[in-house]
Design a protein around this ligand. Structure first.
Ligand SMILES: O=P(O)(O)OC[C@H]1O[C@H](O[C@H]2O[C@H](CO)[C@@H](O)[C@H](O)[C@H]2O)[C@H](O)[C@@H](O)[C@@H]1O
Length: 247
């Protein structure tokens, strides 16, 4: 069966950088992704915690199908839906509060994504990290069950509770050109584990990038290995995710 390919962005297609805006897209990556998408009959999408607009900026001039903000946003065939900040008034108040509360914390960054927010502490010392994590936990707690806290790589994100990468991938798999194919999802983070589980449950293949405990069946060591694999597939190598190393 042909595959439908779902790719996480940070830590999977690009190496982790000190700040969200400092990631570097390897020359040739966009071209390889476009060629691979053609080979897969269009069944290739980016599934990310970032807004789709940011992905478009990094991967310009290409426009890929995408699920952004961990599934809050979706863009298929050029039509973007979800992710309107005005639908999240209580979250907006917490973003304002987090901005004020973290302003004096060295190395702590707020990434305001409209319908979600990320508090980053990659550049912070231990005391500031602990404070930032406590603040984002408190903000998420005060929002109740409509939102959830998602801890990732040196980051705590508050996202609408219903949105997950698992739902995003299942949603895409219901429509052309994804339907009827075998889902393959590559991701690198704790936040990707829920989609690894759903993809495997649905008969697909989950691939964890980097170390760490995982429910994925397959593993690649780092984004460089992912890029090499995708280049090979784009160039005509046999597409066999089962041949990847076991996790
Ligand atoms: O789902 P992803 O595509 O993996 O996005 C997850 C989050 O990635 C970004 O943050 C992470 O990458 C940054 C750049 O390498 C790094 O500085 C940060 O520490 C990481 O947590 C992004 O900024 C978030 O919006 C995404 O949700």
């Amino acid at each position: 069966m042909d595959i439908a390919l779902f790719l996480d962005f940070d830590g999977t297609l690009v190496d982790i950088a000190p700040r969200p805006d400092a990631v570097r897209v390897e020359p040739g990556l966009v071209d390889a992704l476009e060629r691979l998408r053609d080979r897969l009959g269009g069944a290739l999408a980016i599934v990310t915690g970032r807004p789709v607009a940011q992905i478009d900026g990094f991967l310009a001039p290409a426009l890929f199908d995408a699920a952004g903000l961990h599934g809050v946003e979706r863009r298929v065939d050029g039509a973007l839906s979800g992710g309107r900040p005005e639908d999240h008034p209580e979250l907006r108040r917490q973003v304002e509060r987090l901005n004020a509360e973290t302003a004096a914390l060295d190395g702590v960054l707020i990434e305001d994504k409209g319908a979600s927010v990320a508090v980053h502490w990659r550049l912070a010392g231990p005391a500031e990290t602990a404070r930032a994590e406590a603040l984002v936990r408190a903000a998420a707690g005060s929002l109740g069950s409509a939102y959830r806290l998602q801890l990732g790589k040196a980051v705590g994100e508050i996202v609408p509770a219903q949105a997950t990468k698992a739902h995003a991938i299942r949603g895409l798999m219901e429509r052309a050109p994804y339907a009827g194919r075998r889902a393959v999802f590559l991701g690198d983070d704790k936040t990707d584990e829920i989609a690894f589980a759903s993809v495997a449950e649905d008969g697909g293949v989950a691939v964890r990038v980097g170390d760490g405990e995982t429910v994925a069946a397959r593993r690649l060591p780092d984004p460089a290995a992912v890029r090499a694999l995708l280049r090979g597939w784009a160039d005509g190598a046999a597409i066999d995710p089962e041949a990847l190393p076991p996790a």
